[in-house]
Design a protein around this ligand. Structure first.
Ligand code: DOR
Ligand code: ZN
Ligand code: ZN
Length: 442
């Protein structure tokens, strides 16, 4: 079976190819990229025999499928928030073909058995590629190291304590040394638990107005600096998750300058909103790290532009309506992100001139694939056909009721954006196709 994607604007940072090209897919692979790949007669004949599907991608971006380093799938343990199936459907709808699942499930993925179980479940769903991240400590309790060797053997692609930091530096150093031996990157959630207290939003004028306890930038900055020093000491590959402060990016820039293997990620909500945008005590604006100040937001955008920040990841964190309808103080941290990431990035960064479309693809696909060391993130002959086709000009309002995710917890409901995912291919197979309300494909 062949698929021909015709006339699309192909963006492939790995080869530097950018422009109008056709792509021919056979089974799970891209077999040709170029112009006039099939003659019109051949095209008609193959279509008539049901051997060829043609997709006209005129005016659309054709990009390597997005790779999300930071997703909370919630299964096993919290299936009422999200399952591997609904999370995969959301990923496909967002143009993500590979997603990494964070370990804060129940049980925590901290062993050979739990990583194997996750991969078995993912295989049964079989929609997008799911790569599990193993916990650093047993049960994320911060007391004893998890079975890093066993997790690597089972297929873990990185280690993380996400949701918190490993607060004991000597334990963390031990973990980093094992991570180096196993060639696993560390994905660091940076938050000093002794400084955070009961903070629920950014510390500043808005938190005072709302009477909500604040989380200062120092909570993040201190651990970012510490983790970079620990990575320097051990040689670990360190990826700083969801950077939200101006000093986080300063430290990452310094580490890069020194030649350390340190990368950084930013989430769309942190470059789109500030704490001043929090309407009242609306808990769909509550996430960890919190929405920061305008100064921080600008520093994040500049760091994305200048290459200090390598990755845009979602920190997709679904919660139930019931949980999120609690008060700002009581509601859990986290918002969904898989189905809004492309549109927000395109609208806030590409249209605003911070990133070129090519840099967006680097940060949403190629760079995360490189951090994982997987052969994804490029559109080339012989590569696996993980592809996203999106209309960068489509203008619409985000509608949480259209989400495939079980989580509707977004601060972006009703927000006007540009950029719509139209097709997502995984292994050459269409796993998502946009249907407009009338049921007619646009
Ligand atoms: O907002 C967040 N939600 N931040 C985290 O670190 C964890 C996540 C979750 O699991 O809900
Ligand atoms: Zn986190
Ligand atoms: Zn997270």
């Amino acid at each position: 079976m062949l698929t021909l994607i015709k006339n699309g604007y192909v963006i492939d940072p790995s080869s530097g190819r950018e422009g109008i090209f056709d792509i021919l897919i056979e089974e799970d692979r891209i077999i040709k990229v170029g112009s006039s790949l099939i003659s019109e007669d051949e095209e008609k004949e193959n279509m008539n025999h049901g051997k060829l599907t043609v997709i006209d991608a005129k005016g659309k971006y054709v990009m390597p499928g997005f790779v999300d380093l930071h997703v909370h799938l919630r299964e096993p343990g919290f299936e009422y928030k999200e399952t591997i199936e609904t999370g995969s459907l959301a990923a496909a709808a967002g143009g993500f073909t590979t997603i990494c699942s964070m370990p804060n499930t129940n049980p925590v993925t901290d062993s050979f058995a739990t990583i194997s179980d996750l991969l078995d479940r993912a295989k049964k769903v079989g929609l997008v590629n799911i790569l599990p991240i193993g916990s650093i400590t047993v049960g994320q309790a911060g007391k004893e190291l998890a079975d890093i060797l066993g997790m690597k053997k089972a297929g873990a692609v990185a280690l993380s304590e996400d949701g918190k930091s490993v607060m004991d530096p000597s334990l963390y150093m031990e973990a980093m040394k094992l991570a180096v031996e196993q060639d696993l990157p560390i994905f660091a959630h940076c938050e000093d638990s002794s400084l955070v207290r009961n903070g629920a939003m950014n510390e500043g004028a808005r938190s005072q107005e709302l009477g909500i306890p604040g989380i200062g930038n120092i909570v993040e900055d201190l651990i970012v600096a510490r983790d970079i020093l620990l990575a320097k000491e051990t040689g670990a590959k360190l990826h700083i998750c969801h950077c939200s402060t101006k000093d986080s990016v300063k430290f990452i820039a310094m580490a890069k300058k020194e030649g350390l293997s340190v990368t950084g990620e930013v989430c769309p909500h942190h470059f789109t909103l500030t704490d001043a945008d929090i309407p009242s005590k609306e808990s769909n604006y509550k996430m960890n790290p919190p929405l920061r100040s305008e100064e921080d937001l600008i520093a994040l955008k500049e760091a994305l532009r200048d290459g200090v920040i390598d990755v845009i990841a979602t920190d997709h964190a679904p919660h139930s309506e019931e949980e999120k309808s609690k008060s700002f103080l009581e509601a859990p941290f986290g918002i969904v992100g898989l189905e809004t990431a492309f549109a927000l990035t395109n609208t806030e960064l590409v249209k605003e001139g911070y990133l070129t479309a090519r840099q967006m693809v680097e940060k949403m696909s190629l760079n995360p694939a490189r951090i994982l060391g997987i052969d994804r993130g490029s559109i080339g002959e012989g590569k696996v056909a993980d592809i996203v086709i999106a209309d960068p000009k489509a203008e619409y309002q985000i509608d949480k009721n259209s989400f495939r995710s079980k989580g509707k917890n977004t601060p972006f409901h009703g927000r006007k954006v540009f950029g719509r995912v139209e097709y997502t291919f995984v292994n050459g197979r269409v796993v998502y196709q946009y249907q407009c309300n009338k049921g007619k494909h646009q």
